[in-house]
Design a protein around this ligand. Structure first.
Ligand code: FUB
Ligand code: ZN
Length: 616
């Protein structure tokens, strides 16, 4: 038996930090996204009633916005029926059925704007929308048993197969925005029908291997669409970050199903390149607004970090798939954890109503004000989350992600269960039942009760954790990590207690990252911390952290989050230039909150990386 990822259908997150997020998603976020999408015409566009002169002109990828939202409803429904939401999805499906062409083609934008030629503009997202609709349709049939949506989408896929694979009659060969590849592999897994894997392989094999239009290359560079080289020769993460990680996810999926070693090798190289040279400490990726793209190695500016929420989500998809290609290593789950608690979660407000598309690591309100009206190159990220964007891909991605978070907790084969993430939960892994109790990430204690079929348990030792204690049925066990896991033999009824030492850490970055030279960041457990002006007297300009001295931990009752207090100095206002001896920098205690919670108390300066003082 190959190592499998346990899917969220077999995992219930029952309490703690993530249950609160999942409840918020079910009760608030999904509805909020629905209401904003409804007001802006996204749901009604499917009715094909929009006319020139009406408000809310439909956009080329609105189908993908509502598809991701429908996929979220499917995941929520899988756990607990939601009749009101289900009714909305059923109505949309009825409208899609009406709008779908005889030949199977469906896209509400092209059906409204009939003067536009289908499959003529590679960058117009028809295949991207098809992929998201397909993912939603699979999820909806699984959750409800209703098959209409998936039947419609299978008809659409048959049309796509005909146009692209059989006739070659489209004006391009591979999608401008990847997504359909991974959706097709989901359909292959769900139906066992190899034609869907073949179509996914066609899109992967053709990418970069044939001549096709790349109209944005002049503006965003030839790598923008990841078709500058055949995929098996791509070793460096490049171009539009969301497109890239969706592609790499599909490549990893394909490699796992076809045992294509060249594809696997490319995935390993791409993974390595991202996590060692192109990823922020928060797990954010895609550093530049220009082309929403990866930049050169180590170019990770903080204030202008683009780090789209969808790209963070996509990185975890890629890592999750990589763990199937390399099952014995905990490295992928470590990155997933980094993204989850930081660069993903910063994308949503604490009340679950508003979103960041960009997730910068520094806000300087003065600088921000100066550049607000600049052209795209210099413009900085917004400083407050909003409920909807013109290009609103991130909010429904957050919806579907939170609703299916259980996907990331466990992997297993006949011998071992790998515990990847620590969340209070119950899980059933073909005979082995696990119950996790934990207050993580508030502390590092995890109790795991094992019942049913016996398998050894591999507990991930997070990369940030230096000390730990492990007990089985109350007795200490002395075990060293193997590839990042603590492996324990278990029997029915065993109870494992793992205590991961969490302590505040001072982190330095690779000196090649110019923006972070001489800087230090603080973390606690999986959480990267940040300073906000609201806690630290407004300006953060003169604050430097002392290299030694105790960093203390506290609970902020209002935010419901852990905070750190770090000995620091604050340089007082002075003349433009002064002798060092004249500069006054009295001691000061800097307060840090988890990065993911920044910008929840109004506009504020913010910093993840702060200068480290040379004073003792
Ligand atoms: O193009 C569709 C989505 O909108 C992308 O994934 C995002 O980066 C944004 O461009
Ligand atoms: Zn997005």
């Amino acid at each position: 038996m190959k190592c499998k990822n346990l899917t969220f259908e077999n995992v219930n997150i029952t309490g703690g930090f993530w249950k609160q997020k999942q409840d918020m998603n079910r009760n608030t976020t999904v509805w909020n996204v629905y209401n904003r999408f409804k007001e802006t015409g996204r749901f009604d566009a499917v009715k094909l009633e929009w006319k020139e002169g009406d408000p809310c002109k439909p956009h080329i990828f609105w189908d993908s916005d509502i598809a991701k939202w429908m996929e979220s409803v499917a995941y929520l429904t899988q756990k607990q029926r939601e009749p009101e939401l289900e009714k909305i999805v059923d109505e949309i499906v009825d409208n899609i059925e009406k709008a779908q062409d005889e030949d199977g083609y469906y896209n509400c934008y092209y059906s409204l704007f009939t003067d536009k030629k289908r499959f003529s503009n590679r960058n117009n997202h028809e295949l991207y929308c098809a992929g998201h609709l397909l993912e939603a349709a699979i999820a909806y049939e699984k959750a409800t048993g209703k098959s209409k949506f998936l039947e419609l989408m299978k008809k659409f896929i048959a049309h796509i197969k005909k146009v692209f694979m059989e006739e070659g009659s489209a004006d391009f060969v591979t999608p401008g925005h990847e997504e359909i590849e991974l959706a097709l592999i989901k359909l292959y897994d769900y139906t066992g029908d190899k034609q869907y894997l073949d179509l996914a392989m066609f899109f992967l094999d053709q990418r970069g291997a044939c001549e096709e239009p790349n109209t944005l290359a002049e503006k965003f560079g030839v790598k923008y669409l990841q078709s500058h080289q055949p995929v098996r020769a791509q070793y460096e993460a490049a171009g539009h970050a969301v497109r890239a990680v969706y592609l790499y996810s599909a490549m990893a999926d394909a490699a796992a199903r076809t045992e294509d070693t060249e594809l696997k090798n490319a995935c390993e190289k791409l993974y390595e390149n991202i996590v060692t040279k192109k990823m922020y400490i928060t797990g954010g990726i895609g550093s530049t607004r220009i082309g929403e793209a990866f930049e050169e190695d180590y170019r990770l500016p903080n204030e202008t970090a683009y780090t789209e929420t969808c790209a963070a989500i996509g990185l975890t998809y890629f890592c999750h798939r990589m763990s199937q290609l390399d099952p014995s290593s905990a490295r992928y789950a470590n990155i997933i954890e980094r993204v989850l608690y930081n660069g993903f979660l910063s994308g949503i407000s604490l009340d679950g109503k508003a979103f960041f598309y960009e997730n910068p690591l520094e806000i300087d309100l003065y600088e921000r004000k100066m550049t607000a009206d600049f052209e795209v190159e210099k413009r900085q990220p917004i400083t407050q989350r909003v409920e909807i964007f013109n290009c609103s891909c991130c909010p429904p991605n957050v919806n579907r992600y939170l609703a299916s978070l259980g996907n990331f907790l466990y992997r297993y084969d006949e011998k071992t269960v790998y515990v990847e993430q620590y969340m209070e939960s119950d899980a059933d892994l073909e005979g082995t039942r696990l119950s996790q109790k934990t207050n993580y990430p508030f502390d590092g204690k995890i109790t795991l009760s094992v019942s049913g079929v016996k398998r050894q348990i591999a507990l991930r030792l997070p990369s940030w954790c230096k000390n730990y204690a492990l007990k089985k049925n109350g007795k200490s066990i002395d075990t060293s990590p193997e590839n990042g896991y603590l492996i324990v033999a278990t029997e029915n009824g065993d109870i494992l207690e793992l205590e991961l030492e969490m302590r505040p850490r001072r982190i330095r970055s690779n000196p090649h990252i110019r923006a972070n030279r001489g800087m230090v960041a603080l973390s606690y457990g999986p959480m990267i911390m940040c300073m906000e002006g609201v806690d630290n007297g407004g300006s953060l300009a003169g604050v430097s952290l002392l290299p030694h001295g105790e960093i203390t931990l506290a609970l902020d009752q209002t935010l419901g989050l852990l905070t750190l207090s770090c000995p620091a100095l604050r340089q007082e206002a002075q003349e433009l230039y002064s002798d060092e001896a004249d500069v006054k920098a009295p001691p000061f205690t800097a307060k840090f909150i988890p990065y993911h919670a920044f910008a929840n108390r109004g506009e504020s300066n913010m910093k993840v990386w702060a200068p480290q003082s040379s004073n003792k």
